[in-house]
Structures are given as C-alpha cells and as structure tokens.
Ligand binder design. Structure first.
Ligand code: ADP
Ligand code: MG
Length: 721
C-alpha cells in the first residue's frame, strides 16, 4: 500500500480503512476520488468548546465539562443489553455517565482519569445522568478538537468516518492541490490557500475558521464551474456556423405559408403572449448562422411543448430537420402524439425513436432520418447514443434539460459532418425549473433566455392542502369523492417497495457524530399504497395501477396509455411522472411523505394536475412535524408560482445540499451557496476571463490548473447528472 502514490484523482480505496463496501457507500454521496473526499464539505458544525461545570446541569441540556473518573465503569445488570456506567466529578458536583451498546468503555477508563465530556443531561427520577456522551481523556479542552464537523451522510457512514478519512487524505495530497484563484483576487478577497482551506473545514479550531475555509472553497468551486463550463464543455466557439433556417428577407413561399397555416390551425387554442414572444425570439435566432443558444424557462403547464413543436414545424417547412429530446420514454411518446396531432395535414413526417424501439424498425427510422424523409424527430437520449445520421439536422431541443448531462448535449452537437462548412446546430433548452439569474450566467455563460410567465387562459389555480399523516380514513374518503365524479388521481410515493431507498431523504441526514442514526418515520412505498387501496376496497371499484422507473419500458408505456385513456383511475407512482405527463382529466394528486421532496419537485409534481378546466386538488401528506418540514409544506400551500418556489427551495437548502441541486440542472455544489456566493462568483469569473484574454504564463498555468480541477470536480460526473 505504502508505495502507491496517492493523487487527487486516486480512488478512495487507496486510503487505509476504505474497502469496497465503504467505497460503495461513499459513491452514494458522490465521493469516488480522494479529491471528492477532501472537497466534501461538512454541512454544519457542533461546537462543544463552551466548557461549564456539573452543577450547571439541567434536564435536556447539552453540556461540556472536564472532570475526573471517580468510579470504575461497570455493567449495571446481568443482561447483554445492560448499560455500562461510571461516575465522574469536577469539584462542583458528581454525575453518572451511562453507555448502551458500548462494552469497550469498561476497559477505556479508570478511576483517576481526567476526561472531557459532552452530552445531553437526562434525569432518571432525581438522579442526573448523561447517556452515551462523547468522552475523551484530556486534562484540558485545548487538547481536543471541539468544533466537530457534521457531514451529509448515508446509511452505514458516520461523520466521524468521513472526517477521519478526509484528514488522512488531506495529509497525503496537501501539496498537490493546484491553486485556481488568481493571486490578485486572493489578495483582494483576503482568501487563504487551498490546503489551509481544506484543513479549516475538516478540522477547524473555531467556527469562524471553518467559515473562512468554506468561503475559499466556495469561491474556487464557482470559478471551476463557471470557467470550466465555458472553456472545457461548450463546443461552441466564435467560428462555429449553423445553418440559416428561416430566410431573413423575402417572406415565405405561398406553399410554405399554407403549410404553416395548417399547423397553426391544428393548435386548437390561441397562443399566450409569452408563448408568442418565445417563438419570435427563436425565429429570429434561426435567421442567423450563429448557432442559437437559448433557454426557454416556463412554469409547469405554461405550454412549452407547443413552442417546441412550432419551432420544429418552422424548421421542417424550411426543409430542415430537428430533434426533440425528452428525459423519459413516456414523455417522448406523449410529445410524439402531440406533434402528430399538431402537424397533421402539413406534409411533415414525424419519427419517434426510443431505446426500446425494435431493431428492425429502428433501422427503418434511421434510414428515414438519413434520407431526410422524416424531418421532426422525437426521442429519448437513445437518439444520442446510437449512431444516428441526419440529412440536414439544424435544430436540437432538449425538454426538461436538467435531466441531461452536458456531455450528452455535446455529443449531439458534433454529429454534423461539417462538409458544407456548417458544423453546429441551433440549440434550444426548455426547463420548468428556473435557476437564479446570476447563477445562470455563471453556468450558461452567454445563453439567451425566453421566459414564459403567462399561463394559458381559463386555468383554475390548484388548491393545495396539508394533512399531518400518511394513512387514515380522510385520505381514502377524499380520494373516493373525486373518483365518484369520474375524475382521475395520482398518488406519489417516495419509494417503490419497502426495501428500496427513498428519494431525497433530505430531512433525515443521520445527524449524529457517533452514528446513532436518527429515527425517521417510515416512508410509504408505491407497493404499500397499492395494498392499502386494495384493502380499503378502492381497487375493486376503480382501476388502480402502479408506475415506477425500473419497470420495463413497454409496461410503463402501457400503464400510461391506460391512464391517459381513462381506463386506469388511480395511478400510484414514484417521481417518474414528475416531468411532462399531461392528462387533463387527472384532478387530484396525493403526495406521501411530502417532506422528503424538494419544493421544486413538489411543484413539478403538482404541475401534473390543473391542466384542464376542472378544479384540481393537491394533498400533501406527511408524518414529519419538524419545523423545517412544516415550513416547506406551508410554502407549498400558499405559493403557486414555480419561480418563487424555486428560489425559496435553493434558499432553504443552503450550501452543499446536493440532494436538491440536480433538480435545478446544476451539478452538485458542495461549498458554494447558490444565493449568497453567485454574485461574487460572477465577478471572479469575469476577472479570470480578463486574465485569459491578456494571455501570458500566469494565464496559461491558471488555465491548466482550472482544467485539471474542473475535470476532477465536475466534468467526469456530468454524464450521470
Ligand atoms: P409545459 O410547459 O409544462 O411543458 P405543456 O406544453 O405540457 O406545458 O402544456 C400544458 C397544457 O396546456 C397542454 O394540454 C397544452 O395543450 C395546453 N396549452 C398550451 N398552450 C396553450 C394555450 N395557449 N392555450 C390553452 N391551452 C394551452
Ligand atoms: Mg413540458
């Protein structure tokens, strides 16, 4: 082991004490390399450095004190589970320390040992004691690290373990961490060195020192993201050329105009002002040979699909091909149906390409794409991975972009052969989950944005209610009342079955430094919910079905079809229905263990109802009564603006809360706070960019360093975003 050179990029298993099992668990926290480990920033700290005395003990209070062991630890009883206990005194008083499941304590302390104790005081009748306290031999508090990091955790991994490993790793690679912050900026912003920063966050002497370290790492993280995206990820450069799709002068031929009229006639509704505006933005971009790089942000239900398909129709009428990418096959199929309806009679051929499409059919479709017979192509990312050739691909639209890795987009971009001097396509990204503007600028650089705020006319706001339980007659009665009216319902659960993991367990980090895991209420699973509906006689009267990600593609599509046709009345599912699904007759959504989902996810889920003219209801069910959970439920009930909720979501999550950032299309940020640090990051990135423009040795080294670190920190993970 010792002769292995440990580098930042080494897998965590090079470290002593991390075997394959621990590595597998760490991977769940997105820690695979040594660098991942040291840049895994604690989410908060316990400060135990405020030392008092035993006579200050009050029921329920956390206390730290120094004392002397006055009785040898003994087992208090004959059972295996009997606690081991001993007394400690400090001159002001005497208290009992009691340990469950810790037989090693018997040999750890002797009468006369000077110890430091931290724990919560409980009374057992008149008798004060501290159960399972932190306890170390020490004559003074200075000998110990009393600011204790608390990390995001997963089952089987404690903060203590991560802390130990991170410090071991840091010792080995400290001198290899390249600096990615220009000297001038470091001086102006008063930032410490990278090595210092990592020491400060994992082993701080004070809370203030931890904050200093975090700030430095956050800065670095945002520079890596901002600069890295620009220089190492985008394929676009100033000399890239995309096809001119729409003629900027001369107008349309009468035939083209007639076809466009047919398409618009098929719409069946009037576009909203914002839809119209977005479409005009896109049309103007398509008049240029500069590749379009546009983001369409619109709340759920704002009608982004129509904008996408109309853009594709425009492109097809001008004789060119376009692709619409959806994150799931269910959604791709639905877009395909919409496109077929909208383009009927216009002479535009639509093709659907999914991963599960039969080989023979796939081959046929591929020929159509190559020959240019199909001009509107809809598919999942299977379109990207297969060797699909196009005749004249000009526009690529990614729906719900946050489900795609940047790498995948990149792959499509380079699939033009470039023989005609045209090497790029126009790019349109559609998302319902907005990110703060400053951050968008860091991440997307010069991406233009069209915002659809206006909702189609005649929509009734969804009524959202909170129920403080996840099982009970009320739940089933409310459901039955809706079903009686012939309407349909979704029930969303945070996991598939009782053995599977839950989504976003962000309320339940295993919070304890010693790995005494928090007692979280059980999460309701899809299968449990199905059973309950059976038991309450609901399934007998109304067709119920389940849907989740790991089902076979064909089975998923079939269930969805039966739900859309109205045959299935209640669809019990995981968050697979989160994006895009459109069934206007579904007017009820129940979300079990709602506290386990982020606000943006809840809003996105809720966006599946309220799509027709009937009043829709969303019921949030949760047994969790922590303040944090209740605050979020309240927000959901009061606010129906996705933009506002997305902002709140990021705000409430705080730095490094990576369970939620994916929702926003942002790679995991570990140290940076999306709100407070983004403006500074913008300044920092501008400064780095200026330095690059000036050129020279310093710029070159910096560029190299940023490239190396960006790959370690972000690029290698993007494909799996
Ligand atoms: P999202 O922005 O969430 O992707 P969709 O594109 O799925 O929204 O649209 C939601 C529903 O609204 C669809 O049923 C669609 O046909 C309908 N819709 C879209 N635009 C309008 C409009 N201007 N007027 C009325 N209904 C519309
Ligand atoms: Mg959509």
């Amino acid at each position: 082991m010792s002769d292995v050179k440990v580098t930042l990029g080494s897998p965590v298993t090079v470290l002593y004490g991390i075997g394959p099992e621990a590595a597998r668990k760490l991977a769940k926290l997105e820690i695979t390399s040594v660098y991942d480990l040291i840049s895994f920033i604690p989410r908060r700290y316990n400060d135990w450095s405020d030392v008092s005395s035993i006579d200050q003990c009050e029921e329920g209070q956390e206390i730290s004190f120094l004392g002397t062991v006055t009785s040898a630890p003994v087992r208090k009883g004959f059972k295996k589970q009997s606690p081991v206990a001993f007394y400690v005194s400090d001159g002001s008083g005497r208290i009992e320390l009691s340990y469950f499941n810790a037989p090693y304590i018997i040999d750890k302390f002797m009468v006369g040992d000077k110890i430091f104790v931290h724990g919560t005081v409980t009374y057992y009748g008149m008798h004060a004691q501290i159960v399972n306290p932190f306890c170390e031999k020490a004559a003074s508090a200075d000998e110990l690290r009393l600011v204790r990091p608390v990390y995001h955790l997963t089952a089987g991994i404690t903060s203590n373990m991560i802390n130990k490993w991170a410090l071991t790793a840091l010792k080995l690679v400290k001198n290899q961490i390249p600096d990615v912050i220009p000297a001038s900026l470091k001086e102006r912003e008063n930032l410490c060195s990278a090595a210092e920063a990592y020491e400060y966050v994992h082993a701080p002497a004070t809370i203030a020192q931890a904050a200093e370290g975090r700030r430095r790492i956050a800065f670095e993280e945002l520079i890596l993201l901002g600069i890295g995206m620009k220089y190492f990820m985008t394929t676009g450069g100033p000399d890239e050329v995309a096809p001119v799709v729409v003629p900027s002068s001369g107008g349309l031929s009468s035939e083209a105009a007639a076809r466009w009229k047919t398409v618009v006639g098929n719409l069946g509704f009037k576009l909203t002002g914002d839809q119209r505006k977005a479409l005009t933005d896109i049309q103007q971009d398509l008049m240029l040979s500069k590749p379009m790089n546009r983001l369409v942000q619109g709340d759920v239900g704002s009608g982004k699909t129509a904008v996408a398909i109309l853009s594709m129709a425009m492109t097809a009428i001008m004789g060119k091909q376009s692709v619409l990418l959806a994150p799931t096959s269910v959604l791709a199929k639905q877009h395909y149906d919409s496109a077929c309806a909208l383009l009927a009679g216009s002479g535009i051929n639509v093709a659907l390409l999914l991963g599960k499409t039969k080989a023979s059919l796939k081959k046929e479709i591929k020929t159509q794409l190559k020959e240019g017979e199909a001009s509107v192509i809809i598919g999942t990312h299977a379109v990207l991975t297969d060797d699909v050739q196009f005749n004249d691909l000009s526009l690529v639209i990614a729906d719900e972009q946050h489900r795609f890795g940047v790498k995948q987009r990149e792959k499509l971009l380079i699939s033009r052969d470039g023989t005609d001097g045209v090497n790029a396509v126009h790019n349109l990204v559609m998302t319902a989950t907005p990110i703060p503007r400053t951050l968008a600028m860091v991440i997307y650089g010069d991406m233009a944005t069209s915002v659809i705020r206006e909702k189609p006319a005649g929509r009734k706001p969804i009524m959202t209610h909170f129920l403080p339980y996840t099982d009970g007659d009320d739940i089933y009665n409310v459901l039955i009342a809706k079903l009686r009216k012939g309407e349909q319902a979704y029930i969303v659960c945070p996991r598939i079955d009782d053995d599977s993991e839950t989504v976003a367990p962000d309320e339940y980090y295993f919070d304890d430094f010693f790995g005494l895991e928090g007692q979280a209420p059980e999460a309701v699973s899809v299968k449990t919910m199905k059973k309950r509906l059976d038991e309450h006689g609901i399934s007998e009267k109304y067709e119920t079905a389940v849907l989740y990600g790991s089902m076979k593609e064909t089975a998923k599509l079939e269930v969805m079809e039966r739900f859309l046709s109205g045959e299935v009345k209640v669809l019990i599912s995981t968050t697979v229905i989160e994006v895009g699904v459109n069934n206007p007759n579904a007017t009820m959504m129940m979300i079990m263990n709602a506290e386990r989902f982020g606000l943006s996810t809840l809003h996105q889920l809720r966006g599946r109802i309220g799509r027709g003219d009937k009043q829709s209801y969303c019921v949030l069910c949760s047994d969790n009564k922590t303040e944090r959970a209740l605050e979020r439920m309240k927000l959901m009930c009061e606010c129906s603006d996705g933009f506002e909720l997305a902002g709140k979501d990021l705000e409430l999550r705080g730095p490094g809360d990576f369970f939620g950032t994916r929702q926003h299309g942002i790679p995991t940020l570990r140290a940076a706070n999306l709100f407070t640090d983004a403006p500074l990051a913008k300044t920092a990135c501008d400064e780095v960019n200026k330095l690059f423009e000036q050129g020279g040795e310093e710029a070159k080294t910096l560029m190299n360093n940023i490239g190396t670190m960006f790959r370690l920190r972000f690029a290698d993970k993007m494909g799996t975003l």
